[in-house]
Design a protein around this ligand. Structure first.
Ligand SMILES: O=C(O)c1cc(=O)[nH]c(=O)n1[C@@H]1O[C@H](COP(=O)(O)O)[C@@H](O)[C@H]1O
Length: 246
């Protein structure tokens, strides 16, 4: 079992490498997973991924690919060559697209002897999406939870290792896809924190209690006046949940 810190993914949502390095300095010595999303990757590129890997971090590259299968296959091949530990595609891209991503990973690894296979994760319904928005605006009928479970099963059948969903759906996903199917859950808000654009949320302790494998936390840490103290407080809460449910 990995330690709690390794199950907390800090979203480095910053405009440039220097700002992100400021947070890394503040959190120095805490072995969190680090997530690089569109904002930072489009600005700082592969060299920042290499910097994180050279500094010993596990890295989640969150570019949420969603394109035709051939394009996603080549994208996945390039991402795998960067040596990241986890990356994602939109499950809404469908079976052939997700299988293309899997193929891209395998293709890259065939010329990377000894390299670790990255976790390939499907985004189900964004945590900013609510029931009414999914039904009325996007036009997907049925309950949000059912849609998340359906996308999860499709992702599993397509060879993916797990999904991104909100902590509210973790139990249903694990029941349907099995306990080893990985859940990565953003939409994490410590008690009293502002929701901002997130809709489906839980506290970090509640999320771990649902049995999630990883939580993704951005602004509650990055916008905190004392990011290290905020993270340490979250770690204490997460540990107490694990003791209670050991
Ligand atoms: O794939 C993701 O990481 C992701 C999926 C999702 O459904 N919702 C979601 O918030 N995220 C990411 O998780 C992070 C959440 O950040 P905060 O809302 O600031 O905690 C952001 O970097 C989002 O891009």
């Amino acid at each position: 079992m990995t330690g709690q810190a390794e199950r907390i993914i800090v979203a480095l949502d910053y405009p440039d490498a220097e700002s992100a390095k400021g947070l890394l300095q503040a959190l120095k010595g805490i072995p969190c997973y680090m997530k690089v999303g569109m904002q930072l990757f489009y600005a700082a590129g592969p060299s920042f991924i290499h910097y994180l890997k050279d500094s010993g971090y596990n890295v989640f590259l969150d570019l949420k690919m969603h394109d035709i299968p051939n394009t996603v296959m080549f994208g996945a091949e390039s991402i795998t060559r960067l040596g990241v530990d986890m990356f994602n595609v939109h499950a809404a891209g469908g079976r052939a697209m997700m299988q293309g991503a899997r193929e891209g990973v395998d293709k890259a690894l065939s010329s990377m002897p000894g390299a670790k296979r990255p976790l390939l994760i499907g985004v189900t319904q964004l945590t900013s999406t609510g029931q009414a928005m999914m039904n009325e605006e996007i036009g997907i009928p049925g309950s949000l939870e059912e849609t998340v479970v359906r996308y999860s099963l499709l992702a599993k059948e397509s060879g993916l290792d797990g999904v991104v969903a909100s902590p509210l759906e973790v139990k249903r996903i694990k029941e349907a896809a099995g306990p080893s199917f990985v859940t990565v859950t953003p939409g994490i808000r410590p008690a009293g924190a502002e929701l901002k654009d997130q809709t489906r949320v839980m506290t970090p302790g509640e999320a771990f209690r649902q049995g999630t494998d990883y939580v993704v936390i951005g602004r509650p840490i990055t916008a905190s006046p004392d990011p290290r103290l905020t993270l340490e407080t979250i770690l204490v809460e997460a540990k107490s949940e694990d003791v209670r449910h050991a």
